[in-house]
Design a protein around this ligand. Structure first.
Ligand SMILES: *Cc1c(COP(=O)(O)O)cnc(C)c1O
Length: 369
């Protein structure tokens, strides 16, 4: 069965093997050396001034960023389930929250965000998904962050890159906290979150907020290649292994280029068989299709064609399907996935099978006319 859900993503064999080595104690020079290695590699991935690993799922990094970087009012961009979560985190921590809410296929413009910012002078942090996984939407975080800092240079920009870090190169010039999670684009099992932090954010963090998620305690420890509490040792070994694997496969730029090509080829292949792309600005992390037969298509793929793709949540349940592009995915697997979708449409009597989707996919991916 091909796993093509936008998280969890398949874990490469070399990484699974690296994580199968005996568990070592986290307070030892052996583990500190592995931690230092993983940390150094994460600096080249995140390109931020500081990097912190947390033994939590992605949501733990969201909460850590919100409580440590927002001290008054959080402006959150809700274009889906994960953006909605930022607002819930603010409220659960007794922070004020202003929300810009849109349908899950609509990315607000920078000007729209700036208007709300001007009307709410108490806002001291903006939280936004780079890629909102609920609908596969790419927000223009870079532009929003730049314009927000022009109005208020002290504002903190929290960018959830859980389905963006490892997918594309992100300009972190105006980003104060960049979040990543192990089980999405980083191709690891769930349980580790990563925060890339700016110098300005470290100043604002000061002595930190919260207890387990206090970033000041973690920064201090992790600069010495250890952690405040027990490290997720196996997953830290995994980070080291996956970033080595990416290097072996040509490096980050090659990964970004191949991911973007697979995303484009998939979108064009599915459009060529009459399907409709859901978001108005698609992310490269996944392709989301809105279709009345979304459930039937997913079910045929899973039961008859050995492909597992994701559906929608909440009001989009049964209305969309999402195909993952994150990770070191072989083009021949992605080509089978679009072909399987065409076969499913043929089985539903919606078209005559012509292998058109795989043809378009391969023409675009391999640059053949
Ligand atoms: C998966 C995901 C998260 C975090 O979810 P966890 O289940 O806590 O790992 C946050 N943001 C986005 C955009 C995601 O896709």
């Amino acid at each position: 069965m091909l796993l093509f859900t936008p998280g969890p993503t398949p874990v490469p064999e070399s990484v699974r093997v690296a994580m199968a080595t005996p568990t070592i104690h986290h307070r030892t020079p052996e583990f500190e050396a592995i931690f230092a290695d993983a940390r150094a590699k994460l600096f080249s991935l995140m390109k931020t001034d500081e990097v912190v690993m947390l033994a939590t799922s992605g949501t733990g990094a969201m909460e850590a960023a919100v409580i440590n970087l927002c001290h008054n009012t959080l402006l959150s961009i809700n274009s889906g389930k994960f953006g909605e979560r930022f607002g819930k985190i603010a409220k659960a921590n007794n922070l004020k929250n202003v929300e810009i809410k849109n349908e899950w296929n609509v990315a607000p413009s920078a000007d729209e965000v700036i208007e709300v910012l001007k009307a709410n002078p108490d806002v001291d942090a903006i939280a936004i998904q780079i890629s909102e996984s609920a609908g596969g939407l790419r927000h223009n975080v870079e532009d929003i962050a730049k314009k927000a800092k022009e109005i208020n240079p002290d504002i903190m920009i929290i960018a959830d890159g859980i389905t963006a870090v490892g997918v594309e190169s992100i300009d972190v010039t105006n980003i104060d906290a960049l979040l990543a999670g192990s089980q999405k684009a980083l191709m690891l099992p769930p349980g580790l979150a990563i925060l890339g932090l700016s110098k300005a954010s470290i100043e604002k963090i000061g002595s930190g907020k919260g207890y387990y998620l206090n970033l000041a305690s973690e920064i201090k420890k992790q600069q010495q290649n250890t952690t405040a509490y027990t490290a997720a040792t196996t997953l830290v070994m995994g980070v080291d292994a996956i970033l080595s694997e990416i290097e072996k496969e040509g490096g980050l730029d090659t990964l970004y280029e191949n991911t973007s090509k697979r995303a484009e080829a998939t979108r064009e292949a599915l459009k060529a068989i009459g399907l409709k792309i859901y978001p108005n600005s698609p992310a490269s992390s996944m392709t989301t299709i809105i279709d009345e037969n979304a459930s039937e298509i997913r079910s045929i793929l899973k039961k008859e064609l050995d492909v597992n793709i994701a559906g929608g949540q909440d009001h989009l349940k049964g209305k969309i399907f999402r195909i993952n592009h994150m990770g070191l995915i072989k083009a021949y697997e992605a080509s089978w996935v679009v072909n399987a979708v065409e076969l499913a449409l043929a089985k539903l009597g919606r078209l005559n099978y012509e292998a058109k989707a795989s043809k378009v996919f391969n023409e675009i991916y391999y640059g053949i006319n």
